[in-house]
Design a binder for this molecule. Structure first.
Ligand SMILES: [Mn+2]
Length: 453
């Protein structure tokens, strides 16, 4: 697949991937009177996916409604509220691949899952396009949507721009480090030719995505950071005081930007992108508050505790509070992103081959644990899902214990009724087991604390 260009890759998928082919057939069957509801993840990749899918369905003539509820798994109550009667097609994008999605056929003639997360079950009735089993790393749902839109074409430069933003949001490529994941390489190479200015490395304020070299960034990183921060807008300005729900704000912004009609290849600065649009002004304001919070949290994750090393990977623990405005966010709003900037300095300071950081964050609504890094030796997604499994055995159902994610970035959450000490105890047990397995002995390691200069 490495040597293919993007068009060839899409053709290859059409011929060889039954999920892709099934998705194409379902979308092709849409008619002028067809009704489609899209439920997409509330993060940047999910919003980008919804943008591409809405435009695609409209081009195919269907009527589309987009929903971006907060949370990962689509809940039956959310579906019941959004859909009276039934729709022709229910599209669930970037919200995991759960067997329970098979139940949604009572609200829809067809259910299509577009996703890149590790499977959480095997839905048998839904049509599923999820390359995760074949390509465990390296794609974003927005790219999968763009591939479908390309097959059913034509697409335009705003589909390209937004798919690229989705890929950046999910760390599929890094323009500053010049890194691409294989599956996304054809698309990203194409985008770099279309939008060279977005990829150009520049000196300047690093974004949340500039984790290795904190002196440089690129415009695509800045745009994606602005989109990410936009999704937090309602935590800064409560909806009751006229603030818009962040994910919808960003969705509106992307649509307004496309309607404004400028070629993204002409963008030179973040102001070119955000300026002149009302939603852009709100995102700019939110960015200023985010920068202040970033400063505040940088101090809180300065000296994580060294837990141990496994096959050259130093594992660190940061115990800290989120920014005040993010206390009720049921996802890793800002703190874990700040903590991830420590991976590289810790590696250099203490001579590990790789590093992993576990961020333990008690919030008003429960305990959030985030895990980043691991150099492919430690599987963060597996660690978080096992942590959830172990805690679910100790606490009754309904305590809101969930965990999982990708190899290099994963999340765990437990509701307020689960005590902090219980989560910490299981987490430390699991870390200890990891070190014992890694060293091949049963003795474990001397606990020690390393403090960075
Ligand atoms: Mn995603």
């Amino acid at each position: 697949m490495v040597l293919m260009n993007y068009k060839e890759q899409v053709k290859f998928l059409r011929e060889r991937d039954s999920g892709f082919a099934g998705a194409v057939e379902l979308l092709k069957s849409l008619r002028r009177s067809s009704s489609v509801v899209v439920f997409s993840h509330h993060d940047v990749d999910g919003i980008a996916s919804a943008f591409i899918l809405q435009r695609l369905c409209r081009r195919l003539g269907a009527k589309v409604v987009v929903k971006l509820p907060e949370g990962f798994r689509l809940l039956v109550e959310e579906l019941e509220t959004a859909v009276r009667g039934t729709v022709d097609l229910l599209l669930i994008s970037d919200k995991g691949t759960f067997a329970s999605y098979d139940d949604f056929f009572r609200k829809a003639e067809n259910v299509l899952i577009l996703d890149h997360h590790p499977l959480d079950g095997r839905p048998t009735r839904c049509t599923v396009f999820n390359p995760a089993p074949e390509y465990p790393v390296g794609t974003a749902t927005a790219l999968l949507c763009h591939m479908l839109a390309t097959q059913l074409g034509p697409t335009d430069e705003h589909d390209d721009l937004v798919a690229l933003i989705g890929c950046r949001g999910d760390a599929v490529f890094d323009p500053v480090e010049n890194r691409f994941d294989d599956f996304a390489r054809p698309f990203v190479e194409r985008a770099r030719q279309l939008f060279p200015r977005l990829f150009r490395t520049r000196l300047g304020c690093p974004t949340m995505y500039d984790l290795v070299d904190r002196r440089r960034t690129a415009l695509v990183n800045q745009i994606t950071e602005a989109a990410y921060v936009g999704t937090l807008a309602h935590y800064y300005e409560a909806e009751t005081r006229g603030g818009a729900y962040g994910p919808e704000l960003v969705f509106t912004f992307l649509n307004d930007l496309a309607r404004r009609g400028e070629n993204p290849a002409e963008f030179r600065s973040l102001d070119d992108v955000l300026g002149k649009l009302p939603a852009g002004a709100i995102i700019s304001r939110t960015l200023q508050r985010f920068y202040l919070d970033w400063e505040l949290l940088s101090g809180r994750v300065q000296s994580p505790v060294f837990l141990g090393e496994v096959q050259g990977v130093g594992v660190y623990l940061a115990f800290a509070k989120e920014a005040p405005s993010m206390q009720s966010a049921p996802f890793p709003a800002i703190l874990p992103h700040v903590a991830a900037t420590q991976l590289e300095p810790l590696k250099r300071a203490f001579g590990h081959e790789e590093t992993a950081i576990i961020v333990f964050c008690p919030k008003e609504i429960g305990v959030q644990v985030s895990m980043r890094g691991g150099g492919g030796v430690i599987n963060c997604g597996q660690f978080c899902s096992r942590l959830a499994e172990r805690l679910r055995r100790l606490f009754p159902p309904g305590t809101g214990i969930e965990g999982g994610g990708h190899v290099a970035a994963a999340e765990f959450f437990a509701g307020k009724s689960v005590p902090i000490y219980a989560v910490m105890r299981e987490l430390l047990w699991m870390a200890e087991e990891l070190f014992q397995q890694g060293s091949g002995s049963s003795g474990g390691q001397e606990p020690s604390v390393k403090v960075m200069e």
